[in-house]
Design a protein around this ligand. Structure first.
Ligand code: PEP
Length: 257
């Protein structure tokens, strides 16, 4: 059975002090959750502070981005090995905000996915269509391109270390989540792509999260769906109460799933 994963993407929020407060609260309130993998992805500047707070707990550290090169003259960038060294297990790759505002392409995303795996980091590969693309009936074309190109260099042995996050761009930060049916339809489609590439047995074990305006009120219906294995959460992850409620509600559903 796939262990669901809920990751909080704090984006460009929280000073180190605030990050320590938030992660301490989450640690205190979620210490006994075992059936969900809980990941916190603070900004680079708070990674080591949050790492110290969650050391030896059920909470795992992740980063929001990285460069694909191991080192060098890339001012302002962070290398995979630096993330590993600081204690990250996960790294978000190809978030739509990176694609839209920072010019990331399927090609750079693929390089990052490979570089992460080489460093024993698990990439959370974000894929998803924009509103216009959905309206024009292009959802499956866009998603398959993101998945196929993003995983071009990923072999059978590595795919189980990858998490895929289906994040329709129109649902991110808008308060308008995909319905469980809409999300399940795309998750099933993604699992089909994985099955064609890696075989059914492997694809049945790859985790696919949903992301886009997930909150404590909609998580239960989303995570009930057969192919939805957790969530990538933005806005609701930077308030202690909402993230804690969301994870607890998901945990209750997973017990019944
Ligand atoms: C995200 O940025 O990955 C995200 C899903 O944001 P939000 O939950 O705020 O829609």
């Amino acid at each position: 059975m796939r262990r669901p994963i809920i990751a909080g993407n704090w984006k460009m929020n929280k000073t180190s002090e605030e990050a320590i407060l938030l992660s301490n609260g989450i640690k205190r309130d979620l210490f006994d959750i075992q059936n969900i993998e809980i990941v916190l992805c603070p900004p680079f500047t708070s990674l080591s502070d949050v790492r110290d707070v969650i050391l030896d707990t059920n909470i795992i550290l992740g980063a929001q981005n990285m460069h694909w090169q191991a080192e060098g003259a890339f001012t302002g960038e962070i290398a995979p090995g630096m993330l590993k060294h600081i204690g990250c297990k996960y790294v978000i790759i190809g978030h739509s905000e990176r694609r839209i505002y920072f010019g990331e392409t399927n090609e750079t995303v693929e390089k990052k996915v490979r570089a992460a795996l080489k460093e024993n980091l698990s990439p959370i590969l974000c894929v998803g269509e924009k509103l216009k693309e959905r309206e024009n009936g292009k959802t499956f074309d866009v998603v398959s391109e993101h998945v196929e190109k993003g995983l071009l260099g990923v072999g059978e042995k590595e795919i189980l270390d990858v998490v895929i996050a289906y994040e329709p761009v129109w649902a991110i930060g808008t308060g308008k989540n995909a319905t469980p049916d809409q999300a399940q339809e795309v998750h099933k489609f993604i699992r089909g792509i994985l099955s064609d590439k890696y075989g059914k047995e492997i694809s049945d074990n790859v985790r696919i999260q949903y992301g886009g305006s997930v909150n404590p009120d909609n998580i239960a219906d989303l995570i009930k769906e057969k192919d939805i294995d957790g969530a990538l959460v933005g806005g609701a992850s930077i308030k202690e109460g909402s993230f804690v409620d969301l994870v607890k509600r998901a945990s209750d559903i997973v017990k019944e799933k």
